[in-house]
Design a protein around this ligand. Structure first.
Ligand code: 3AL
Length: 174
């Protein structure tokens, strides 16, 4: 993708293309658009990261709350975003057996009860066994450490989504 094309995008087209690099948070790309011109895609990623880190804890937790549960109700009912659907199926979340689904539901609920936001992990970089293990380990963290760790996962998800946009033909999204 030519960065000059990105730099010439209107606000509306920029948000249309990059608005979902952080799940259900188009506000982030709407904010980052004003930092043009970008040097390259890594530069966009840096601005996104800076924006996220500039948020108060409540804003970071708000970002986490925009994420659907892994193997949760949205997956079962087919209401995930396209990106999340692809990521969850790559991690095998759509092929869990009923015992694994029950375990995910129980741990996700306990995690949310403890922290007040859902468990977030980059599904593309983890298989189901690792996800279940991480979920049962991270639930023991304190809230601040867990918030920061989960935001690091959001950044990994964002980075891979950005890369996907570069690989796909930008023109087809306009
Ligand atoms: N809860 C959670 O981690 N959700 C996600 N992870 C990911 O890679 N895509 C998601 O939607």
């Amino acid at each position: 993708m030519d960065i000059n094309v990105v730099n010439s995008l209107t606000y509306e087209d920029f948000v249309k293309i990059f608005g979902s690099v952080v799940e259900k948070c188009p506000l982030i790309s709407a904010a980052v658009w004003s930092r043009r011109p970008f040097k390259d895609l890594a530069d966009i990623e840096t601005h996104i990261t800076e924006f996220i880190h500039s948020l108060p804890d409540s804003g970071k937790e708000g970002i986490l709350r925009c994420h659907p549960d892994l193997a949760g109700r949205d997956l079962q009912s087919g209401t995930l975003t396209r990106e999340s659907q692809e990521e969850q199926s790559q991690a095998g979340m759509d092929t869990l057996d009923s015992a694994e689904i029950r375990r995910m539901y129980r741990l996700n609920a306990q995690y949310k009860e403890r922290f007040g936001f859902p468990f977030v992990i980059c599904a593309r970089l983890n298989k189901k066994a690792e996800i279940l293990q991480q979920l049962s380990e991270r639930i023991m963290n304190d809230r601040a450490a867990e918030r920061e760790g989960a935001i690091e996962e959001v950044k990994k998800i964002c980075s891979l989504r950005l890369r996907n946009i570069v690989l796909s033909d930008i023109q087809t999204k306009l």
